[in-house]
Design a protein. Structure first.
Ligand SMILES: *[C@@H]1O[C@H](CO)[C@@H](O)[C@H](O)[C@H]1NC(C)=O
Ligand SMILES: *[C@@H]1O[C@H](CO)[C@@H](O)[C@H](O)[C@H]1NC(C)=O
Length: 186
């Protein structure tokens, strides 16, 4: 066995042990959600207080929580700003049109279906809960390093019936680097 193979096996073993400890780890990465919450006031669509996202060791993502639409939503212009570490992005999209545009992607349709999110406009007034089934992200294991870092975002959506604001902050952390960091920094 050559040195690089030994190193690979050693690192893989450490990652597995660290993953087993956190129980929220996929492909050596752990998802830490700081918050997903409403911002501002008088939101026409509101997330429930306990809104959570968990990534399990088998690379399944569980979204738990409910949202309440206080009116029938027939149009939704989404303005968003996002940041991954120092890289920023922002934009404006017609939410209803985006839902129409992704109709041809069976993968996105399935994700919307699993999450219990609306697949088209209008979104009817009332309460709906997410998280009946998990989403399997095993396929994206090898891309985790691309998404790794501190992710933050905020969206303000203007609908026919009023506005709503949602913000989130999360970290996708390499467990090995985290452990080394803790070891060195304390
Ligand atoms: C909302 O939409 C539903 C279904 O289309 C309709 O039955 C209901 O009357 C609408 N409610 C309001 C307040 O417009
Ligand atoms: C998740 O998907 C992968 C392939 O993408 C598959 O091998 C694995 O069995 C799935 N996990 C579950 C729990 O369904």
């Amino acid at each position: 066995m050559n040195a690089s193979t030994t190193t690979t096996i050693l690192i893989s073993t450490i990652v597995l042990i660290l993953c087993a400890k956190t129980a929220r780890c996929c492909g050596g990465y752990e998802l830490e959600v700081d918050y997903i919450r409403n911002c501002g006031s008088d939101n026409i669509v509101e997330l429930s207080d306990k809104f959570s996202v968990d990534m399990k060791p088998n690379c399944e993502i569980y979204v738990n929580g409910c949202y309440t639409a206080h009116a029938n939503i027939t149009s939704a212009m989404v303005e968003f700003t996002g940041q991954k570490d120092l890289v920023k992005l922002s934009g404006k999209r017609d939410g209803c049109k985006v839902l129409d545009d992704v109709k041809s992607s069976s993968e996105i349709q399935m994700a919307l279906e699993i999450l219990g999110l609306p697949k088209s406009c209008p979104v009817n007034k009332g309460k709906a809960c997410l998280g009946i089934k998990p989403i399997n992200v095993s396929k994206y294991k090898s891309l985790m390093n691309v998404f790794a870092g501190h992710l933050k975002g905020k969206s303000v959506t203007t609908t026919n019936a009023g506005k709503f604001c949602i913000e989130f902050s999360a970290k996708l952390v390499n467990v090995l680097i985290k452990a080394i960091g803790h070891g060195v920094i304390g």
